[in-house]
Design a protein around this ligand. Structure first.
Ligand code: PDD
Length: 280
């Protein structure tokens, strides 16, 4: 495919970044992932606002304005003929020509890398039809999970531990409460109410989460932003996750215990439908 590196569009095989890039040496970088459906970006302004915030939290100057970022996203979608899939962008603190812990001087520009991926099956998703089996794992990440950094080693490890345990994905647990999924936000449904952890430094502020809660409230569904335990999730009527490319995906099993009927629940499926209708 055609990728973007620091102002250039070129074939992926020809794209290069320095071994001294801080993104590579220190995971000193942030990213965003925006879904594409019918060739259109989903929730783009919110993704860009979070990109801005992640950069600001790390004192990296945003190298582009809104219109430039939008043009870049659209260009990648067009050049790669993406109808359904995603656009990934990453901004690192740049190539410092050495390995040093201190931030480089301000004149070192950030590195920008981006690519688009065609991946049909986001809207008509087999995972959403079947529901996910989840296992829980301790949340061993750093404590600024609200910043969308590329420091994803524990998320990758947790996903592999979940797969090796025969599950589809993992939910992370801290002090007895579910924080979020390895790459998604976590929810349960109790007596028709949607329960999800409140925003803080301990979870990523999901863009899909924000849209979903807005749509749910507009549909007169009750939302409780509070923590929940694994036991409460296992005893819930339903459970589900949200993410940019997963939308709303039902969870049918947690640590070997069926949730509700053990099949995707009506609230999760309705929310998935609402989300798809409202956001495309
Ligand atoms: N992951 N929590 C974590 C830890 C995540 O990595 C993600 C997204 C989410 C959901 O956020 P959003 O709704 O904005 O996608 C929550 C992306 C999809 C990824 O890393 O591929």
């Amino acid at each position: 495919g055609i990728v973007y590196v620091n102002g250039e569009y070129l074939p992926a095989e020809e794209a290069k970044i320095s071994v001294f890039d801080r993104g590579f040496l220190m995971a000193d970088a942030i990213y965003e992932l925006t879904a594409v459906v019918d060739g259109k970006l989903i929730d783009f302004p919110a993704h860009l606002a979070r990109l801005d915030r992640s950069l600001a939290e790390l004192d990296i100057v945003n190298p582009h304005g809104y219109d430039e970022w939008l043009a870049l996203h659209r260009e990648l979608v067009a050049r790669n003929a993406v109808t359904e899939g995603s656009v990934y962008v990453e901004v690192t603190r740049g190539n410092t020509g050495e390995r040093a812990f201190e931030y480089p001087p301000a004149e070192i520009p950030p590195t920008v890398v981006a690519f688009a991926t065609n991946r049909p099956g986001i809207v008509d998703s087999p995972a959403a039809a079947a529901g996910l089996r989840i296992v829980t794992l301790p949340d061993l990440r750093w404590q600024r999970r609200d910043i969308k950094t590329v420091q994803l080693i524990y998320q990758a490890q947790a996903k592999m531990l979940a797969k090796r345990a025969g599950a589809d994905d993992g939910w992370l647990v801290e002090d007895g409460f579910v924080t979020e999924g390895t790459s998604n936000n976590a929810y349960i449904v109790r007596k028709g109410r949607i329960v999800t952890r409140p925003l803080g430094n301990d979870i990523l502020h999901g863009i899909t989460r924000a849209s979903l809660l807005r749509f749910a409230r507009e549909a007169q569904m009750e939302v409780e932003e509070r923590q929940f335990t694994v036991a409460e999730a296992q005893a819930a009527d339903e459970a589900f996750i949200t993410s940019a490319t997963g939308f709303v995906t039902p969870v049918v099993e947690i640590d070997g215990t069926a949730v509700g009927t053990g099949k995707p629940g009506p609230v999760a499926l309705r929310l998935r439908e609402i989300y798809i209708d409202e956001s495309r």
